[in-house]
Design a protein around this ligand. Structure first.
Ligand code: ZN
Length: 276
């Protein structure tokens, strides 16, 4: 679908599978409506395996990210910062400012800074550090500032301290779950090797491709199902009582106070398709 003046969604995750895992449903919806989506991994993903050597793994993960993005026709980029070693440095901040100014997103998604993984926290911090400075011409002066600054929002997580994510936007992803799982399935080194190894269930991963997909689908749904129950009041408010009570698979987003505001106007522009 070719669209005049498409919206531009930039997802800045720490690892090559973060965009899909946390925001794959919204990315799918954006692409289905003809909008432009780019998924960036700030690290190279080279620490995410129990067996594969880092250099080889970085190459594999770049290919996996590209294959996953191709499922929905998104752009993909994997930066070279070493996985597991990321800090919110000036260099990372400036790279993010440069990325935002060159991609010109309407919406930027990233991690919150209270998250279990230090790389996630570092990306969330660096994006927030960039959110105001992206408007300052004297910072990264060779990359011209934008006419209009993006809305920045945080991807769903389940952490509660010091506070849980506020669901400013709820997205029903039930009918897109197979697409999201298809994307995740491209990350073989993670979904069928590293994460099952971490959880001690590597011996339960089926060999057969079809069975693997069904296994991953169950695994992923088990992981994200809790979101709908936690944000049930917001779902009911957004979708009405009968539908809101039934929805099982959602993504929720919290607007950052540091980008353009997520207000009635930008909400309609960026998420208006949810109000049908
Ligand atoms: Zn991650």
């Amino acid at each position: 679908m070719v669209r005049k003046n498409p919206l531009r969604l930039l997802i800045l995750g720490a690892h090559p599978d973060d965009a899909e895992y946390h925001a794959g449903g919204l990315a799918t919806l954006y692409r289905q409506l003809g909008h432009v989506v780019k998924m960036v991994s700030v690290t190279d993903g080279s620490a995410g395996h129990h067996d594969c050597k880092p250099k080889k793994l970085a190459t594999i993960r770049r290919q996996e990210a590209r294959a996953s993005a191709a499922v929905i026709g998104a752009e993909s980029d994997v930066w070279e910062y070493p996985d597991g070693h990321l800090l919110a440095t000036l260099e990372v901040r400036h790279r993010i400012i440069r990325e935002i100014r060159s991609f010109r997103p309407d919406l930027v998604l990233t991690h919150r800074t209270n998250d279990y993984h230090p790389d996630h926290r570092a990306v969330g911090q660096a994006v927030q550090d960039a959110s105001f400075l992206v408007r300052v011409p004297r910072v990264v002066p060779d990359a011209p500032v934008l006419q209009r600054d993006p809305v920045v929002a945080f991807m769903p997580d389940l952490f509660t301290k010091p506070n849980p994510l506020t669901a400013d936007v709820v997205v029903d992803i039930t009918s897109h779950i197979d697409t999201v799982v298809s994307m995740l399935a491209c990350h073989c080194s993670q979904m069928f090797e590293w994460l099952p190894w971490l959880e001690g269930v590597l011996d339960q991963v089926p060999e057969d491709k079809g069975q693997r997909f069904a296994w991953l689908r169950r695994w992923y749904i088990d992981k994200i199902r809790i979101r709908a129950d936690r944000y049930r009041p917001e779902l009911v408010a957004a979708c009405g009582s009968s539908r809101g009570k039934r929805i099982e698979l959602v993504e929720v987003y919290e607007g950052s106070e540091y980008g353009s505001p997520l207000n009635a106007v930008t909400r309609k522009q960026l998420f208006g398709f949810l109000d049908r």
